[in-house]
Design a protein around this ligand. Sequence first.
Ligand code: APR
Ligand code: ZN
Length: 367
Amino acid sequence: MKTKAAVLYEANSPLVVEELDLDPPKEGEVLVKIGAAGICRSDWHYMAGESFMPLPAVLGHEGSGVVEEVGPGITSVKAGDPVILSFVSRCGRCHFCTIGRPNLCDVHMSTSTTMLDGTYRLHKGDTNFTPMSKLACFSQYSVVPEVACVPCPKELGLDKAAVIGCCVTTGVGAAVNAAKVEPGAAVAVVGCGGVGLNVVMGAKLAGARQIIAVDISEGALEFAMQFGATHAVNPGQQDGPGRVREITGGLGADYTFEVFGSAETVEMAYDMARKGGTVTVVGIPADGDVPSIDAVSLVRQEKTLKGTYYGSAQLQSDMPRMVDLYMNGQLDLDALITRNYHLDEINEAYADLNRGEVGRGVITRFD
Ligand code: APR
Ligand code: ZN
């Protein structure tokens, strides 16, 4: 079949929206009519040449849709089911899947730029197109692994389903699964975009007493207050770590998060943590942008520096938890989604992200 998709042919040039050929689903795969796709900075890293995958590629890893057709041997979903798409397709058998860390699945990682069987579903003539995260959801239709599908209720809405597929699970999971923020803790979140706002919401759910939003955009800081931030710090205008120490009675924060993706902001989040505090890195810096951490302070101040991928989540069970939290009014995803776009407007959508427009943008029209 044909599908209209946004193609990255070359870094630092606009995505090209064009028609590609899409193969039918093979065994263990399903055809999904994409319902919504989020505008996340992770895609931008490839567009800007900061991260690399074989090109041409169809990006889009924060998505949702409705199952249109299933391949042979599919039992967990059927045509008509709404699904959240997971950007890690856990195999269920590798070391990391069996120890309960499916977000680190080895099989997914070792086939990271193809489908699980090492082949492609998107083509044009002789050219194969890399499907980002096996999802390629900047497209009207996509063939995805069955294991990437997390069924969700129809009442959720496909735009909310899409953001649960990346920024919600990543951000809330960073706070509750990875850092394990405790009631009464002081938290600082460096970078309050789509993912950072979810760290703020996760910290609030965990009962943090202080949630310090840190961002160079005044708009982002103001917006973060709506999601539970109690203080705002702009490190472009003041000494960020110094101000966080002031707010926390001279100590520094118990838990800090880096949610932009740069060496500089990792170092800032590190400096904002108190002695014995935990620094959790969520953002992905450009290849080669390496933070410098003073190992003496790491030892003498007993800080913990850790990374978290995909909210360190149990994907198949944590995503339904996020759905319930939204349905119960404990995660304000309606306020989080601030912009809707047509697939044809994808380059404008990324320009808005880079201009620092607040909240999350989502592509919801694909016709
Ligand atoms: N200090 C503090 N905040 C900054 C800085 C800085 N030096 N530079 C940028 N920011 C802020 C931006 O103003 C913006 O509010 O970081 C925020 C980033 O938000 P988005 O652009 O919406 O990015 P998002 O999609 O949330 O992704 C953040 O998480 O999953 C990863 O790959 C993703 O690395 C990316 C990160
Ligand atoms: Zn993402």
